[in-house]
Structures are given as structure tokens and as C-alpha cells.
Design a protein around this ligand. Structure first.
Ligand SMILES: O=c1ccc(O)c[nH]1
Length: 357
């Protein structure tokens, strides 16, 4: 159901304050064909009310005729900024870019960030933005998890369903996604609340068994029949199962790109206000599935690009797979056990749910 402009302006002001927006700074709101009008209206009102100089840059859509999905995260790589020096110059000259159209994982985005410009992606519907408005507590929790990853040399993921995946760590940084951009050159995504990193190239091995209730994105489907993915030296070499496995194989084959099968980011969800069950209530084209990526205690892994982390792989195909009931080990430390995050908030919530069960 909808939220009022007042609610959304308040949420934008919370995010912009956490992002350290100062009066007199330049904000450029990046819009596209699918930009939500209320999100745009309230972003401009909030930034303007905080004394910023607010510009708007509207860019034409790209890749529509190539992608099988209308989801803005389904087809990555080239963006409306590709070969568009005038637009890139405007964003580089801004202190803060509010990306209401989805630049994600693009080489141009890195170029803009390197100049110190901050970029905040926000394309979920207004009521989801309000429900998942970020807090300093979200930031502290995600950064604590990122510090755990930074110390580790291996992530091992297992489950009763049969998952057993070992990923060597060390080449790539841990990335914190907590929903606001409080440092120069930072990119973040509102809503979020999860931590991720990339395994060393060629050093992921084992198998992933998707069990009933695990989620496939951008399809936004709950898995109903188990899918087994074999992982060898950093690539998914087999995808076995029933109809959903066949659909996944067919979709990925449509990219005709062997790099699509590479293990991409790995990590876990830390956002208690995001919910696994939400997918059942929204049409697939009304959101991009951030509840699924962020719900507390998921193991989120993916296939496809690693240029986001500084790697060389820029495949257009990106599959995100949030899983339930996994155990995530960093070296010999369990950070998630059977879907329960092993930090104070996670354990306290699990104890409360146990009392209620
Ligand atoms: O915010 C995001 C969205 C998609 C993704 O794969 C990573 N982070």
C-alpha cells in the first residue's frame, strides 16, 4: 500500500543526513524511463529542503531489446553513460548522485566514484524504501561483518540440504551495503543491509543445493524442487534438477557467455526489516527483490560479474541466489548457523522467535 509524500520525504532526509549531505553541495538526480515519480518528487524536495543545489539528469534506456527480463539488475555492463561524456562530466561534478535508474556494476560508475562523487542507488518502490530506511545501527552491524570477512582466508558454506561450498578469500575487499553513502567515493544501495565479497578467481569448489524456499533472482521465484549446482575452480559446471533448473539453464544460455557461470559475490543478509516471505506479495515487475537479498541470516551468493570488486569479468548476466538455512564459516568461525546470524542482534532475535514458536 502507498506511503505519503511526508513519509517518503522524511525517509529521504534520514538517508541524506546519514549520507552527510551539506547545504550548498550539488546533488544530481539520475532518472530513467522507469523512475518512480513519487521517489523522484520526494528526493528533490528533501535535498532541496536541506539546502543542496539539485539537478536532474534524465537518461534514455538501454539494453531493453537484449534482456529477457524487465528487472533493471538482470542485464549489466553497458549503461546510458557508456560513451556519454557530457553525462559523466555532470555526475563527476556532483557531490552526490541519487541513482533512480540503475547504473550498477558499470565501468563508468567506477570512474565517477574515483573522483570522490558519492552514488546512492534507490529504485525499490516508495513503501519498501520507507520500511527499509537505513540506520547507523545497520551500518555498524554490516561493517562488523565486513571486518570478519577481511580477516578470513576461506568462506565455507554448508546446509542439511547438501550444500558444501569452499571459497578462498583474499584477492577482493569485503563490501558493506547498508543503504547510505557517508564517505567520499562510496556507492551504496537503499534498501540493503548485507555484506559481500568475491572469492579468489578460480578458487570456489564444491556444490550448492538449492532447497525449497531458496530464491532465484532476477526471476523472483521460490525454488520448489531442489537444484544442484556443481562448482569447479570458480565456475558452475552443472545445473541439475527439475523444471526450474531447466529454466535457469535456458535463461543463462541465452547470454551465450561462459563468464556468466562464474561465482560472483558471496555473503549474508543482516537486515531484520527485510523479509523472506515478501516475494509472494509483489508482482515481479513492481520491485527488484532487495528483501530477498537482505533478509537476516540468508546466504546470498551469485553468478556473473566481478568488476564491481575490481575484477576483470563484466558479463551481462547476473544471477543472485539468496538461500535459507545455511551455515557460513569464516575459517573456523561460524558467522551464520542454520540461517541464524551469530552476532548479538541475530542471537537475540532467534531466542525471541524460539519463545514464540
Ligand atoms: O545491491 C545489490 C544488488 C544486487 C547485487 O547483486 C548486489 N548488490
Amino acid at each position: 500500500m502507498p506511503v505519503s509524500d511526508i513519509d517518503l520525504i522524511r525517509a529521504w532526509k534520514q538517508v541524506l543526513t546519514l549520507s552527510r549531505l551539506e547545504a550548498g553541495q550539488t546533488v544530481t538526480v539520475l532518472t530513467g524511463a522507469d523512475t518512480h515519480p513519487q521517489t523522484l518528487r520526494c528526493a528533490i524536495a528533501a535535498a532541496g529542503d536541506m539546502g543542496a543545489r539539485v539537478n536532474r539528469l534524465d537518461l534514455p534506456p538501454v539494453n531493453g531489446e537484449k534482456s529477457l527480463s524487465r528487472d533493471s539488475l538482470a542485464y549489466l555492463g553497458t549503461t546510458p553513460l557508456t560513451g556519454n561524456p557530457a553525462a559523466i562530466a555532470a555526475l563527476k561534478a556532483s557531490n552526490l548522485v541519487l541513482d533512480l535508474m540503475t547504473l550498477l556494476f558499470s565501468p563508468e560508475q567506477h570512474e565517477i566514484l574515483q573522483g570522490g562523487t558519492k552514488i546512492l542507488l534507490a529504485v525499490e518502490p516508495p513503501e519498501i524504501l520507507c520500511r527499509l530506511v537505513p540506520t547507523q545501527a545497520d551500518r555498524a552491524r554490516v561493517r562488523a561483518a565486513a571486518a570478519q570477512i577481511a580477516e578470513a582466508r576461506q568462506m565455507r558454506i554448508s546446509s542439511r540440504a547438501g550444500t558444501d561450498l569452499q571459497c578462498r578469500l583474499g584477492s577482493f575487499p569485503a563490501i558493506s551495503e547498508y543503504g547510505f553513502v557517508d564517505e567520499p567515493g562510496r556507492w551504496d544501495h537503499w534498501p540493503s543491509g548485507f555484506v559481500l565479497t568475491w572469492p579468489d578467481e578460480g578458487h570456489s569448489n564444491g556444490q550448492v543445493v538449492l532447497d525449497r524456499g531458496d530464491i532465484l533472482l532476477p526471476m523472483k521465484d521460490y525454488v520448489t524442487d531442489p537444484i544442484t549446482l556443481t562448482v569447479e575452480r570458480g565456475y558452475v559446471t552443472r545445473i541439475q534438477g527439475g523444471l526450474q533448473a531447466e529454466v535457469l539453464r535456458d535463461y543463462m544460455a541465452s547470454y551465450e557467455d561462459p563468464e556468466a557461470y562464474a561465482v560472483s559475490h558471496i555473503g549474508w543478509g543482516l537486515q531484520p526489516r527485510a523479509h523472506w516471505s515478501m516475494l509472494g506479495h509483489y508482482g515481479k515487475e513492481t520491485h527488484i527483490g532487495m528483501d530477498a537479498r537482505a533478509f537476516e541470516g540468508n546466504f546470498l551468493w551469485s553468478m556473473g560479474p566481478n568488476n564491481e570488486a575490481g575484477g576483470q569479468r563484466t558479463t551481462a548476466c547476473h544471477i543472485d541466489i539468496p538461500m535459507r538455512h545455511c551455515t557460513v564459516m569464516l575459517d573456523d568461525r561460524a558467522v551464520v548457523i542454520d540461517g541464524v546470524v551469530q552476532d548479538e542482534p541475530g542471537l537475540a532475535r532467534a531466542a525471541r522467535r524460539k519463545e514464540l514458536a
